[in-house]
Design a protein around this ligand. Structure first.
Ligand code: 5RP
Length: 255
């Protein structure tokens, strides 16, 4: 079901960041006093944190607290005054987070920011999950616009990468690689090192030419059966509502 709402900003074409803010603010309207929230990670979720902080300081949302999905979000939430809880002490009513891709069934790719494991743990534990995106994140099928990340343990990571490649052997256009990050200031200048998640793990990036055409649940199961894989960034059937800010500044709610 799609319902359009909200009026466009007063003038001009909104920037992508303004659209992210619009979606985030609309999601925060779902928050009620005393709720415990799952607090997402990324530039869209950051707008929700700022808005929540403003409302908490204004006394408009007494008793609201949150469970952060990354160390970055933990620091941001603390900075804007959102009380924090560990996952095991929380009963999460609503999670609010961005996504890299949203398909027509509200399946998501998440984790291009590297926080997929904690995001999936927190958002999977909550009663409702509002995904907040600008229109550019809507895709006909997952894996269309970039990497599908997979978190793997560092031990034997090249071996695990080989097993992941083997899973898709012969699939035209498929490739996978270990995500790296540039570390400056080494003796020999800058160098590439594996990207390390908040959990001390590595990320394998999978690329599908034109997106994933197979059965998503089957692919998920096969990935999770690889020893060495911790979790992947396909969030299947987890989002309960998508709040989508459109280029014209209106907001669509898909559920
Ligand atoms: C981080 C995520 C983010 O939600 C996703 O990458 C979207 O980020 P942004 O809101 O900055 O576009 O999954 O792991």
């Amino acid at each position: 079901m799609v319902s359009a709402a909200a009026s466009p900003p007063p003038s001009g074409k909104p920037t992508q960041d303004e659209l992210k803010r619009l979606a985030a603010h609309r999601a925060v309207e779902l928050v009620e006093p005393c709720m415990t929230l799952g607090l997402g990670t990324g530039s869209t979720a950051a707008h929700a944190l700022d808005r929540l902080g403003d409302l908490l300081r204004a006394g408009a949302l007494p008793g609201v607290s949150g469970v952060p999905t990354s160390l970055k979000t933990e620091a941001h939430a603390a900075r804007v005054g959102i009380p924090l809880l560990p996952l095991d002490a929380a009963s999460i009513a609503l999670s609010i987070d961005g996504a890299d891709e949203v398909d027509p069934d509200l399946n998501l790719v998440k984790g291009r920011g590297g926080s997929l494991l904690r995001e999936k743990m927190v958002e999977g534990a909550g009663a409702r999950f509002a995904v907040i995106v600008d229109e550019s994140k809507l895709v006909p099928r997952l894996g269309c616009t970039g990497a599908v990340p997979v978190e793997v343990v560092p031990f034997g990571a090249p071996h695990t990468l080989g097993l992941i490649r083997g899973l898709f052997h012969g699939l035209p256009g498929f490739h996978a690689r270990l995500r790296t990050t540039t570390v400056p200031e080494g003796e020999q200048g800058s160098e590439q090192q594996p990207f390390v998640t908040d959990n001390g793990n590595y990320i394998v990036e999978m690329f599908f030419d034109g997106g994933i055409r197979g059965d998503l649940r089957d692919i998920s199961d096969r990935l999770l059966r690889i020893t060495g894989v911790v979790e992947h960034g396909m969030f299947l059937g987890m989002a309960t509502v998508a709040i989508v800010a459109k280029k014209d500044g209106t907001v669509a709610v898909m559920e």
